[in-house]
Design a protein around this ligand. Structure first.
Ligand code: FES
Length: 113
C-alpha cells in the first residue's frame, strides 16, 4: 500500500500513517525505510513522536525504550515486548519514488503496561 512520496520522508524522521486501518510509523534512515506499528508496547503512545537514531532504532518519547526498526525488539526497559514490523519498498508511482508498506512481517504483540 503506498503511504507517501519518498521525498516527504526526510532522513532520520518518522511519519504516522495508516495501513489497513492500523497505525503505522514509517521511518527513514539514510537510504533505508522501515515501518513498525505506531504504538509503543509499554504504554501505547505513538512511536512516530519519538526520536529516530542513525543506528536504525527509534526511541520512545515517554520512557525512552529504544526499538530496533528491523526486528521490532526493544533494547532496554520499561518496554520488553517487540513492536510489530512491516515490510517496506520503494516503487515508482508515475515517476515519483513512493514508499509502500505491506502487511505485518512479524508477530503481533500486546502491551506490557
Ligand atoms: S510508553 Fe514507550 S517506553 Fe513507556
Amino acid at each position: 500500500m503506498p503511504v507517501c512520496p519518498l521525498a516527504e520522508l526526510s532522513d532520520l524522521s518518522a511519519r504516522a500513517v495508516r495501513v489497513d486501518g492500523e497505525p503505522v510509523c514509517v521511518v527513514r534512515v539514510g537510504d533505508a525505510v522501515y515501518a513498525v506499528r505506531d504504538v509503543c508496547t509499554h504504554a501505547e503512545v505513538a512511536l512516530s513522536d519519538g526520536t529516530v537514531e542513525s543506528d536504525g532504532t527509534i526511541s520512545c518519547w515517554l520512557h525512552g525504550s529504544r526499538f530496533d526498526l528491523s526486528t521490532g525488539e526493544p533494547d532496554e526497559p520499561p518496554a520488553w515486548e517487540p513492536v510489530a514490523t512491516y515490510a517496506t519498498r520503494i516503487t515508482d508511482a508515475d515517476g515519483v519514488p513512493t514508499v509502500e508498506v505491506s502487511r505485518r512481517s512479524n508477530q503481533e504483540t500486546g502491551t506490557s503496561a
